[in-house]
Design a protein around this ligand. Sequence first.
Ligand SMILES: CC(C)(COP(=O)(O)OP(=O)(O)OC[C@H]1O[C@@H](n2cnc3c(N)ncnc32)[C@H](O)[C@@H]1OP(=O)(O)O)[C@@H](O)C(=O)NCCC(=O)NCCS
Length: 188
Amino acid sequence: MNHPHHYEWSNAVGRLEIRQLEAKDAEDFSALRRVVTADSPVPMGLSMDEELTRPLQGFRDQLSSPAPNAAFGAFVDGALQGCAALAWTSRFASSRHKAELWGTFVAPNHRGQGIARMVAGRAIEHGRNNSLQRINLMVYIPNAPAVALYEGFGFTPYGVEPKAVFLNGQFYDCQHMTLALNEIAATA
Ligand SMILES: CC(C)(COP(=O)(O)OP(=O)(O)OC[C@H]1O[C@@H](n2cnc3c(N)ncnc32)[C@H](O)[C@@H]1OP(=O)(O)O)[C@@H](O)C(=O)NCCC(=O)NCCS
């Protein structure tokens, strides 16, 4: 039987396991980031040269931050092929009702199989279970697959940062999106 926070099943594509990532997954997380960035750096918001400078310890720290910070990975036949993560934007209590969805990406040869929907769904569910009221995210545009993915969860746009990154010799804007989870009226 599956643990309630651990999903595992098989289909024609292979054995699929969705679980929370830990510090020990930093190497796999970094390697997958590099594969996705090499394919196209714009969705990741940095160049391959910049990605290559990122130390493993930084990823170990990110992957072991306490809840509601969490990263979820999709493993196909034991290999990490997709992920999605949640992070607090501030350590102060005044901002603890919200988090940012980041690190949503899938290996190019595993796209179109519902992996992003599964891992992003787990991250959103984790936010709901941790009493978050709102999840925000940023997507560098154009990125029709990602925008459609987020709209599918109910995220709506709330602003565009012009010229957010300069990559491949041109500027790209950043679309901000937000999703309300457990809207609770503030009590006096
Ligand atoms: C965006 C991305 C994460 C989608 O991953 P994926 O595993 O292929 O997506 P899924 O198969 O789970 O699809 C879920 C939904 O996303 C949308 N989507 C995915 N691929 C799409 C495409 N090529 N065109 C349009 N919509 C697409 C659809 O709404 C889809 O739902 P549907 O199948 O009911 O139509 C993947 O393309 C990716 O890693 N891209 C590069 C990195 C990136 O852009 N990350 C987001 C940064 S903000």
